[in-house]
Design a protein around this ligand. Structure first.
Ligand code: ZN
Length: 365
């Protein structure tokens, strides 16, 4: 196992779960695929399993992020525009990436809801760095597409980028691992020219899925060359391909980088039942990945992300929190008979996965 700075034995074994019904109460638009209420299912499932009564479990409330924290990543003009859209959502905010019929609509209260979502990630940092938690999980966070002056892809404030930036400002080396089905473009953009934040994104190939970026050739610039790592996987990539790609890229690069802190975006839209993507990952592959995160010695700040099959969100994130606690995972949370490709499609998926692995490793620092 990699040993980072500090003594892993000093880490608290506790796992925090950020929870407040207000994180799950806002509505982007009635027909919008991102339904914050999905978190209620995760919370209720864990509660019914007695997870929060286990040793090391800590439920804690988010706080609101401050505007100074938002400004670590976002332009003041953009923050002002979101505040205005929050008060008066009927106006035209398209220059800021907010559009009524688009992916990221303006809605009443969006600024306040986003402050809480972002603050849920940031309070996790404080608890983890204080040694009171080994990991914190904010299922409401992980909004990785938001840009400096533009909302994008359901994301208003980029809490993972704000988290990475604030950690880097404390002099820490940050490893950001993004396992959402979509490329973590906003986080990559924020740290493209620095070697202090290593970003690794495993996602569906941008030729087939939003946001259309995340190719191996996007590897960072200047001092950051080799510190933006992209692993674009082919449509139909199943557990076998996905686990192979993760194991080939993430553990060796983190071992080489030796971060002070690990930040993960755990969107569950790679799931085979997800209506928006074409990856075919199951709870089995996710358990493999998250168990690896658990075994690392790094202080760890974890977030949710995408996830549009509400039942897959409920079962997978409940499972992932149990793994963080070191608790047993009941069979009922796992997928039955996850898909596995055969024949010509197996060969196509494996070939494309091999290419993605070798190009990602070749691009690395
Ligand atoms: Zn996604």
């Amino acid at each position: 196992m990699a040993r980072a700075h500090g003594d892993p034995r000093a880490l608290s074994p506790a796992a925090g779960f950020v929870w407040d019904p207000r994180l799950a109460s806002h509505v982007y638009r009635d027909d919008h695929p991102l339904k914050p209420k999905r978190l209620i299912g995760v919370y209720e499932t864990l509660r019914s399993l007695g997870a929060f009564d286990r040793e090391g479990a800590r439920l804690f409330e988010p706080r609101e992020a401050t505007e100074a924290e938002l400004a670590r990543i976002h332009a003041p003009g953009y923050i002002e525009a979101v505040k205005q859209a929050s008060r008066d959502p009927e106006l035209d905010y398209r220059e800021w990436g907010l559009s009524h019929q688009g992916d990221t609509p303006p809605f009443a209260g969006m600024h306040e809801a986003s402050l809480l979502t972002t603050g849920g990630t940031l309070i996790g940092i404080e608890e983890v760095l204080a040694g009171r938690l080994r990991v914190s999980f904010n299922g409401a966070g992980g909004l990785h597409h938001a840009m400096r002056r533009r909302a994008s892809g359901f994301c208003i404030y980029n809490d993972p980028a704000i988290a990475c930036g604030l950690l880097a400002d404390r002099g820490m080396k940050v490893a950001y691992v993004d396992i959402d089905a979509h490329h973590g473009d906003g986080v990559q953009a924020a740290f493209y020219d620095t070697d202090r934040v290593l970003t690794i994104s495993l996602h569906e190939d941008g030729r087939y899925l939003f946001p259309g970026t995340g190719f191996a050739r996007e590897r960072g610039s200047g001092k950051g060359a080799g510190y933006s790592i992209n692993v674009p996987l082919p449509p139909y990539a199943d557990d076998r391909a996905y686990v192979r790609a993760f194991d080939a890229v993430v553990p060796p690069l983190l071992e080489r980088f030796r971060p002070d802190v690990l930040v993960t975006q755990q969107g569950i839209d790679p799931h085979f039942s997800d209506p928006l993507t074409h990856l075919q990952v199951s709870t089995r592959a996710r358990a493999h990945l998250v168990s690896w995160f658990v075994r690392t010695p790094y202080p760890w700040v974890a977030m949710g992300g995408g996830g549009y099959s509400l039942d897959a969100v409920r079962r997978t994130w409940a499972m992932e929190y149990l793994l963080m606690l070191g608790a047993p995972v009941p069979d009922e949370l796992h997928d039955v008979n996850p898909p596995e490709e055969g024949g010509e499609r197996r060969r196509t998926v494996d070939r494309a996965t091999d290419t993605a692995i070798s190009e990602a490793l070749a691009a690395a620092f």
